[in-house]
Design a protein. Structure first.
Length: 126
């Protein structure tokens, strides 16, 4: 104890959850899905935008997706985001509806926030 009854113990205030959490969240903020005819097949292309809790693009994150394609199949793919925070995916199948679902986003030091993410997009080719 020091003079006056004070102890030599440092106390620190806990960090605000909102301040620390918003910096480590990883979100899918937009899915752009397009199709183009390639001969008798259809090529579907997707860009998934990945940002942190503050809305800043995150490069080097891995996006995991699942496609449901017109022929009835399911395809899983992964891609790494570029410097603009975009992960790109493509698949080719028949004419019809293509649905892409983001199943996970990972990067060391970040936590995927599916509740506040855009997870699914569907487009129908003609």
């Amino acid at each position: 104890m020091l003079a006056g009854g004070e102890s030599n113990v440092r106390r620190s205030m806990p960090k605000s959850d909102s301040a620390t959490t918003s910096q480590v969240l990883l979100r899918s903020t937009a899915i752009t899905l397009t199709t183009a005819k390639t001969g008798r097949s259809i090529k579907a292309s997707v860009k998934v935008a990945v940002k942190d809790g503050n809305g800043i693009a995150v490069s080097g994150a891995t996006a995991f997706v699942t496609w449901n394609v017109p022929s009835g199949g399911t395809i899983t793919q992964t891609a790494t985001t570029n410097t603009k925070g975009l992960a790109s995916f493509t698949t080719t199948d028949l004419r019809g509806s293509y649905t892409l679902t983001v199943t996970n986003l990972t990067k060391t030091g970040y936590t995927f926030d599916p509740a506040n993410s855009v997870l699914t997009k569907t487009v129908t080719s003609r």
